[in-house]
Every structure is written in structure tokens, then in C-alpha cells.
Design a protein. Sequence first.
Length: 346
Amino acid sequence: MPSQIQILVVDDDEITCSLLEEVLSKEGYEVEKALNGGEAIEKGMKRTYEVVLTDIKMAGVDGMEVLHSYRQKSPETIVIMMTAFGSIETAIGAIKEGAYDYVSKPFKLDEIKLTIRRALEQKRLTEENLLYRQELISKYKLENIVGRTPAMLQVYKTIARVADSRSTVLLAGESGTGKELVARAIHFNSPRAEKPFVAVDCGSLAETLLESELFGHVRGAFTGAVANKKGLFEEADGGTCFLDEVGDISLTMQAKLLRVLQEHEIKRVGGTEQIKIDVRIVAATNKNLEDLVGEKKFREDLFYRLNVVAIHLPPLRDRAEDVPLLARHFLRKYSEENQKAIPQIS
């Protein structure tokens, strides 16, 4: 374990403090101790600890006050509570207020070591996920979409206007015009950027499989459904669901999708519970949905629900001026990825 991981042990029993200091130091941590809550708070003002392991019941400033101080001054610090049986309810309350976990006294040293390892691993994964989200947000900034033709400038303007709203967006354009890229730009430039972006290709899935993918299913709903499973709408809760090739879904599925847009709730396949969701829908199609409505192949009410904001993505043949820009963009991109200096295009 890296020595730079700093742990503060807080307990008004000096024997307990010294024991934990010795055991955790042998694990490779840098350990300090505080014999009361006030001292622990003072130490937190002077330096940052990865982990604070504190008793709850202490004379004067107790463990709850230590927790509140660290949550306020150093929210990234992991706080683990130590508690005797009689204060289990207090420990549970501490978790609700931001403590990572609690261990019961008399504790087992292996339990404490394992709890600290788990907490540090969770912190590492959270930090990696945050970094990944920030990289995605950077990757899908509006300026990363290439094109300067009037048609593309109109696309940028519409993305900028619609990103902060909750409006459903319909992206129309031929295959390869960048509909998913625009959908991601809308999501990662919106207040939902920190929440999931979930994409599904409606045209590649059979109706029964698509329903299970979108809505999830309960155990026993069909052969092979051995456990409850969340659907993509639930996975995208708080974020954005991108429905690609929405013009290919059946009329039956269209009715179910319409209900999601109207009621903001779903029901898993085979289930009875209505589950509330908060999902923004961005749909895309390479077909003319108005023609499909006229042919009775697409529901008119669903079309108007999806077509709140429409963005048409022009094919490359209609924006030839952008070809040199795109060529240079990909040249630069793959030069960096392959760590090679590729000459400029003449």
C-alpha cells in the first residue's frame, strides 16, 4: 500500500488508538492519532487525510461532530465510524450523513483493514470515473464537431439552444452524417452531462429483444429471464437515451414509447410496477417519418412527441467545403493516436 495514503485514527481510548496505529502502519499507511474529537478537527484544518477512522462515543466533541467537520472542510476524505453495539442506530445515521461505513466494537482488525481497502478502491474508481466523464465532456464539446458550411452552422446553433432544455430532439439525416455525434454533443453540453448517455440501435434488434433492452424485465418474464434486469431507460435515469433508427420500430413498440414520453414512467416486461424515470430522449432516423405517418407505418402522435426540436444533418456531398477541414481533422487525430508525424495534405 502506498505510503502517501494518510489515515487519522480518533479514539479517546489511548490503547485502542495505539493498537490501530501499529496495525495500520504495518499495512503501509501513514498513520496519525487523535485522542479526542477536538484534536481530530484541529488536525483536519492543517492537512488532508485520505481516511479518518473515528469512534462515535467520545467525551466532549463526539464522532458525529468529527464527521460533520470533515464533510464540510474535506468532503473527499473517507470517514469510517467505530461504534459499540448500543450506538448502532447512530452509526446508521452517520452513513446517511456521509460516512462511508461503520465497524462494531469490539472490532476485528481484519475487518477494519478490509473496510479501509474497500473504501480506498471505491474512491479510486470514483475518481477514475470522474476523469473519464471530464474527458468525454471535452471530447464532445461543440467545437469538436467539424464543419463551417451554413448548414453545419445552423446545426451548431440549434445544439447550443436546445442543450440546456429538457426538449425531445429528433435528428434526421442519412447514415453516416454524424447523428450520434450530435446526440452526444447535446448530452455533454447539457446539465445532464454528469449522468449516463445510453445509445440503442432500434433497427438492429427484434421487437421482443428491443422491449426487454429498453424496459428491462422481471424474473420469469420469459425463458432465460432468471433474474430481474434493469432496462436502458432505467440505466439512463437522470441522463439521455439516444434511440437510433427510431423509424424502424414496430407500431406496438411505438405505443409503448409514446407512453414513456407522456407519463415519464416504464413497466418492465412481465412486471406490474410503474417505475418513474427522468430521461431525455434524443431520437434519430434516416427515414422520412412524415412519409411513414402518411403510410400509417408511424404513429402521428409519437412523431409530434419526438419532433419537438428537429435537426437535419446534411450529407457530405452537400457540404463539400468541409472536406478539407475533415481531412485535416482526421489526419491530426490519427497522427496523435499513432504517435506519428504525418505530413500535411497538399
